[in-house]
Design a protein around this ligand. Structure first.
Ligand code: K1U
Ligand code: ZN
Length: 175
């Protein structure tokens, strides 16, 4: 599948619930896992492949790939952490984002089975980043206006040159 790049309106849209988790939905999740791995990402949300459905996949380090249909965060810690995030839809751009350190998420897997997961560390981070995508929110939306403007300036510069982000931004732009 092709990953949609920032600027495409699908990334700003609100994803709709998946009504039936059947073989077709499971195949979509499997294709997204393949696309996430090919892009060397640790997460991927359906809007990032142009589909406004409430679905994302995550695979952190050596952990198993996880599929989340219709996810909902039901609990989050008061404690927050700061971590440098990236996004496959904004290649070459990185910035520190503050989020709750631990969460409890409820979702359905690719077999249509409901589950609840307690997550912390990078897994909690990626789940929150992917859930944001389902609401049309990008990680740069969590930054101050000043930082977001700096990032978008670098991004527009990159787009004008028409080169790859990491090349034109000298290995990546960090806000
Ligand atoms: O949603 C996405 O675009 C996937 C994104 C997930 C993510 C990474 C880091 C912090 C929060 C969310 C990526 O996988 S971007 C790829 C990347 O730059 C990266 C990969 C592994 C670890 C850290 C960054
Ligand atoms: Zn992202």
């Amino acid at each position: 599948m092709e990953i949609v790049i920032y600027g495409n309106e699908v990334l700003a849209g609100e994803a709709q619930p998946v009504r039936v988790i059947d073989a077709k939905a499971a195949k979509l999740a499997a294709d997204m896992i393949e696309t996430m791995r090919a892009g060397k990402g640790i997460g991927l949300a359906a809007p990032q492949v142009g589909i406004l459905k409430r679905l994302f996949v995550v695979q952190v380090a050596d952990d198993i790939p996880r599929v989340f249909f219709n996810p909902k965060i039901v609990q989050e810690s008061e404690e927050t952490t700061k971590y440098e995030e990236g996004c496959l839809s904004l290649p070459g751009i990185y910035a520190d984002v503050v989020r709750p350190a631990a969460i409890r998420v409820h979702a359905w897997n690719e077999k249509g089975k409901p589950f609840t997961l307690d997550a912390e560390g990078l897994l909690a981070r990626v789940i929150q980043h992917e859930l944001d995508h389902l609401y049309g929110v990008m990680f740069i939306d969590h930054l101050s206006e000043l930082k977001r403007k700096r990032i978008l300036k670098a991004w527009e510069e990159k787009s004008r040159r028409g080169t790859s982000a990491s090349a034109s931004l000298g290995g990546g732009f960090r806000a």
